[in-house]
Design a protein around this ligand. Sequence first.
Ligand code: SF4
Length: 293
Amino acid sequence: MQIKRAAKYGFCSGVRVADIKVKRFAKAGGRGAILGQVVHNERVVDEMACLGVSTVKSMDEIEQGVIVFSAHGVPPSFHEQAKRRGLEVLDTTCRFVYDIHKESQAALASGAHLVFIGEPAHREVVGYTHDLDLASYHVVKTVDDAKAVDWARYPAIRIFYQTTLNAEEYENVVRLIEATNPNTSRADTICYATKENQDAARALATDPEVDLVLVIGGKHSANTRHLHDICARHRPSHLIQGAGDIDPAWFDGVECVGITAGASTPDYVIDEVDARLQELRPSAAAEGGSLPQ
Ligand code: SF4
């Protein structure tokens, strides 16, 4: 059985930087808590906990020390809240997320109504919208969501995408808004890392040699699920969190297995999956071949 990795997969630059920052802090003896998972991957969360940096759901859960803000970012008011509570902040917000914070604030100041295409409950989107007046923005995900709003009433509209979305899949939503309000513009906020992983996953799943694809990532990771959706359109695909989820029965008759991984999947998890697949390969002896002398 041949193993092929996608041309691009795994940690994006934002997550890699966040991972390094937290580990450096912990290894230097720093102790604190991460607000929400530092990245959407349970293995990374456990690893951080072992290093002395636990994960909390709310800032109320910690009394003192350092609060870590994840790569997804937080609402600006959370920085003030941390200050008021006497907490130090280790900010690992990705620079691309900060770009959207800045650009959306500028659009708002210029009088535009903000539209975020994405998951309303995703932490990144909550970071953009939590502090805003409800009348100043919409979060839209489907064509039906978009149809329910009278867009013509806004003098100008500025559209932002949650960084991890595939813009092509939301084209109909954006076109509907543009058709009802000609003064609509789009910000180019799709993260290139996500797009590169998605394009590479599509290329892998449509590779004529590949029979089956394993998508490795956290079960709460939106971008991992998107990768799985893309691959499953073309080949039998399994979303796994690590080598322990592999079922040998999947590989009956499979000659080539493709591997890709979400932006929050650490390299060592991918290597473990690869090693497990190597173990599943029939040995030369079992195949009737001769072992090297
Ligand atoms: S996926 Fe993109 S926007 Fe999100 S953390 Fe990674 S580099 Fe940043």
